[in-house]
Unconditional design. Structure first.
Length: 278
């Protein structure tokens, strides 16, 4: 349940929230903040190529690439690609004061990297995922040692605008988090893709195979979301002994089936995250 404006720390930010990078994830977060009643006039967006949708928010009071010197930010959200982080962060140092909360959603960039560029900031490193675009994302966050309880509530409110939030204390887990939930939506979309292709190979017309696969993956995800049962129980409930589902699962759950393949995939993504961190 969303908090009321009177109790939501997000709606009571005293200063400016600066969003650096308004791509898909940054835009999703921005939409969530506005839906949570963060006043548009308190938001500054810095993006070299803002989309039409972002530009349209300027008419509502959001400041898009304002000219002139900006005041110190109450909150600075880094939503740029990690590959350009080294050149993006130093110019932002003038926006950061001792009371500024910096939230980064850059994959692979550790707290130490940001502390070097923005030494005075209170930092939170976070990893959201793309279902944030519909308010159904999940974000995992880890703070640096400067994060106080009140500022943590503000950070939580910022991240919760796009879905569920989990906190961890061990930053070393973030690469695995990225591999599971950050990259995870791509695995699910691939499942829909290959299921449709398999249906076509079985004789279905491609449009029908795609529609069936899409609806099945989406509907199953919603059932998993709403159900109190664990995934294994939900799977068992679909599987009649000796039936068609059991025949398919015998292939998928073989020693060389989907589990070892997924384990290798997550391990590869985790390794890449560590490489990005340097």
């Amino acid at each position: 349940m969303a908090k009321s404006p009177a109790t939501d720390p997000l709606a009571r930010i005293a200063g400016t929230l600066v969003l650096v990078g308004a791509g898909k994830m940054g835009s999703a977060m921005l939409e969530g903040w506005l839906a949570r009643k963060l006043p548009p006039r308190k938001i500054v967006v810095l993006d070299p190529q803002p989309s039409k949708a972002i530009k349209a928010l300027g008419k509502k009071g959001v400041r898009i690439n304002p000219k002139g010197e900006l005041e110190k930010a109450a909150v600075l959200v880094l939503a740029v690609k990690p590959q350009i982080a080294a050149e993006t962060l130093p110019p932002l140092a003038d926006l950061v004061g001792p009371k500024t909360l910096v939230v980064s959603i850059m994959a692979g960039r550790p707290l130490a990297f940001m502390e070097k560029a923005l030494p005075s900031a209170t930092l939170v490193r976070a990893m959201p995922n793309t279902p944030a675009a519909i308010g159904r994302g999940i974000t995992v966050a880890v703070p640096n040692r400067k994060l106080s309880a009140p500022v943590r509530k503000l950070a939580h409110s910022l991240l919760a605008a796009t879905g569920a939030v989990e906190w961890i204390d061990d930053e070393r887990l973030m690469d695995a988090v990225t591999a599971v939930s950050g990259s995870g939506p791509a695995y699910v979309f691939l499942m829909a893709e290959v299921l449709a292709r398999a249906g076509t190979e079985a004789g279905l017309p491609p449009p029908l195979a795609e529609k069936l696969a899409r609806a099945t993956v989406a509907g199953s995800g919603e059932l998993l979301h709403r159900s109190l049962l664990d995934p294994a129980t939900l799977r068992t409930n679909v599987t009649s002994p000796g039936g068609t589902t059991a025949a398919a699962l015998e292939v998928l759950m073989a020693k060389d089936g989907i589990q070892p393949l997924m384990t290798r995939a997550v391990a590869a993504a985790t390794k890449r995250g560590r490489e990005l961190a340097g």
